[in-house]
Ligand binder design. Sequence first.
Ligand code: IPD
Length: 267
Amino acid sequence: NDLKNTAEQVAVEAAHLVRTAWVRMQSGGEVAVDTKSGETDVVTAVDRESEELVRARLKRIRPGEPVLGEEGGGAGNDAAGGVTWVVDPIDGTVNFLYGLPTFAVSIAAQVDGVSVAGAVVEPVSGRRWTAVRGGGSWLDGTRLSVSAADRLELALVGMGFAYGQDRRVRQGKLTADLIGRVRDIRRRGAASLDLCAVAAGWLDGYFEHGLHRWDWAAGALVAQEAGATVLLPGEAADLGEDATFAASPGIAAELRAALSAGGAAEV
Ligand code: IPD
């Protein structure tokens, strides 16, 4: 609970910073933008400011614990058996940049690569998603549980497209195959929020290739603790080595089989 409270408190503070910047941008304020792996993979000055704030607060509240952040790096510095903080200072940066309100600050505490507590906070709506391993997950203090979906053809499924043009095209083809087998598909543009949506029953399933640890670390725990079947990168060869999968248990096997048969492993 201490770790959850820290994650939540720091994410709320960073979300406030991000919201203030976003509101300023809505009235014409400019933001500096750089590119990362390619021209369409962007980072803004606000991503960096948010991460700096998170790092400074964690250093004060939890001194000495390593931080892995999307913008500042730190991979491979995990202390064996100790807590590592995994931070996405704005998950959904492209939404943020375009003015769409679907983005979040995501902070998880991991021990030996396993998330033990986490918070995902949405700056615009103020929603706070939190989880503790073995203790449950909550949206603004209300306990979460996944949907009761039990037929794939009636399922609403979220898909994500990580950076890398070839992979995006292959996942696009997989999505085209799936659309005829489900109720509908959503692409919301923030992996942490897709995973939280599965936890709340707003989506029945979610699938993406190529997520980074900071994209899933908090959201996957929120989904798991709400009862979702969750498979993380490296856990499901039939879906591909870097696949992230979350689904309500009633459709998990069917969705996994459909993705696997559709060639998910080759994405
Ligand atoms: C991205 C979002 C997006 C997902 C990408 C991620 P970022 O995170 O979560 O939904 O499809 O794979 O990289 O770059 O906005 O933190």
